[in-house]
Design a protein around this ligand. Structure first.
Ligand code: C5P
Ligand code: MG
Length: 166
């Protein structure tokens, strides 16, 4: 919705990793194991994929989705990318784990993802709590976080998201 309405290029770290895994490259098996275990792939890999996608993009307005997810992600970004970009804000779509679990299991009915199952989801939640929340707090201390209550309907959430982009 953001891409369509505001002309951003969507860079999903997870999508880029899944694409790299599906290409059958020498990194494929390693990436697949990390994803199934809900662990964060070594940052050099993810940042390399992000930079490649940024180079290839025709617009230079990026929606970076699912990144940075841990301190290593953030440090690698600061080393290799941050000098080239101007970060507007971090969009934090807040949703409690019980609701998220239901949504992910629903998505798992059609997503074909090997991590949309209860066991992987629980591991992803733990990784999020332990490794990603400190990153959110880092951006919060810089006044960069915009938080949206995402327990509501898609339309309600997007109405609030739109206000941030207007
Ligand atoms: O964001 P998404 O749900 O698509 O991420 C799926 C998985 O991809 C994560 O659980 C993690 O294993 C991997 N990932 C990662 N580093 C990121 C984003 C995703 O390792 N920055
Ligand atoms: Mg995603």
């Amino acid at each position: 919705k953001i891409v369509k309405k505001y002309g951003y290029t969507h860079l999903s770290a997870g999508d880029l990793l899944r694409e790299e895994r599906n290409s059958g490259s020498k990194l494929a098996e390693m990436i697949n194991t990390y994803i199934a275990e809900g662990k964060i792939v070594p940052a050099e890999v993810t940042v390399g994929l992000l930079l490649k996608a940024m180079d290839a993009a025709s617009t230079k307005k990026f929606l970076v989705d699912g990144f940075p997810r841990n301190m290593e992600n953030l440090q690698c970004w600061e080393k290799d990318v941050s000098q080239f970009v101007n970060i507007k804000f971090l969009l934090f779509l807040e949703c409690p784990e019980d609701i998220m679990l239901k949504r992910l299991l629903k998505r798992g009915e059609t997503s074909g993802r090997n991590d949309d199952n209860v066991e992987s989801i629980k591991k992803r939640f733990k990784t999020y709590r332990d490794s990603t929340m400190p990153i959110i707090n880092h951006f919060r201390n810089m006044g960069k976080v915009r938080e949206i209550d995402s327990t509501r309907s898609e339309e309600e959430v997007f109405a609030d998201v739109s206000k941030l982009f207007e």
